[in-house]
Design a protein around this ligand. Sequence first.
Ligand code: BGC
Length: 363
Amino acid sequence: MKKKLLGAIALSAVAGLVLAGCGTGRDGGGDGAEEISEDARIGVALPDRTSENWVLAGDLFVDGLEEAGFEPDVQYAGSNNPVQDQQQQIEAMIQNGAEVIVIGAADTAQLSTQLQTAKDAGITVISYDRLIENSENIDYYIAFDNYEVGVLQGTALLEGLEERFGDEDTWNIELFSGSPDDSNAPVFFDGAMSVLQPKIDDGTLNVVSGQTDIAATATQGWLAENAQERMDNLIQGNYSSGTEVHGVLSPNDTLARAILASASDAGLETPVVTGQDSEVESVRSIMAGDQYSTISKDTRLLVADTIELVSTLQAGDEPAETEALDNGAADIPSILLDPVIVTQENAAEVYADDPNLAPLTED
Ligand code: BGC
């Protein structure tokens, strides 16, 4: 799948939203503008806590929405039955009078029915972090630029290989992608492969297992144990006779640490492993010289911009800077923030204003 950027309107990389200031109502991916009360109930449906960013987002939404005068209703899908849980939570939000529902989808392909009900009830729907697929009933999508995340990961992998294994003629690598039920997974992967594929083609990189497509590299549920098991198998099948694995493309931090654990258990030299999310344990690992890179997608910024979007819509305005992303059913007006690559070299600088991460980067 290629990055689908259709009809970019007034593209510019901004972290905050610039308001058009016109009060003419809005019509996003769905039809018709609905009034939003000043003290509206805002539902926030988040997936299970597969990575720290989701955990952080929940608390930030509660505090930020209250501060903006709204009434937050934040729910997480449980890990046993996340899809059904989330569908029920969204249905309950609709019943309980939510005027806006922000959704970080547990499964981006399984919410069409709920979104139709929401739209029929005049509710504004915002797809958060993951683009919900095959529904036209989404008013806005807000996320970090996922394709760019992948490009940064692919670039970091090459840089790390040069840094740690510069003497080798060919670098042996393996590829991991995210969960097949998350529309972000192929976008991350395609971004990374836009950088890596030419290097595979020219022989700079050798994917020793031969597993290069998204189906073979997928990690169901974004679960660490699934990545660790696949890495154990890859090592056993391809690297047991002294062949070195120099690098691994990992789509996020949780999986990066599982991959590193597997390599370490097998007694291999630490490969260059990428990541995403700036999780505490991964930032520690980067500072210790193990994991090579992560991505900073500041959850504080994404949540603040989402709440700002809600306030903008409540005021009857439109966000000025959107671009259209095709979700299979419609072009969804989207706000994409810039991700930042982080390695040992720039960690202190990137996390300088983050009270949780800054102390980890001090030597
Ligand atoms: C998010 C990533 C996260 C992954 C697993 C993706 O949709 O964009 O930040 O690592 O889900 O939770």
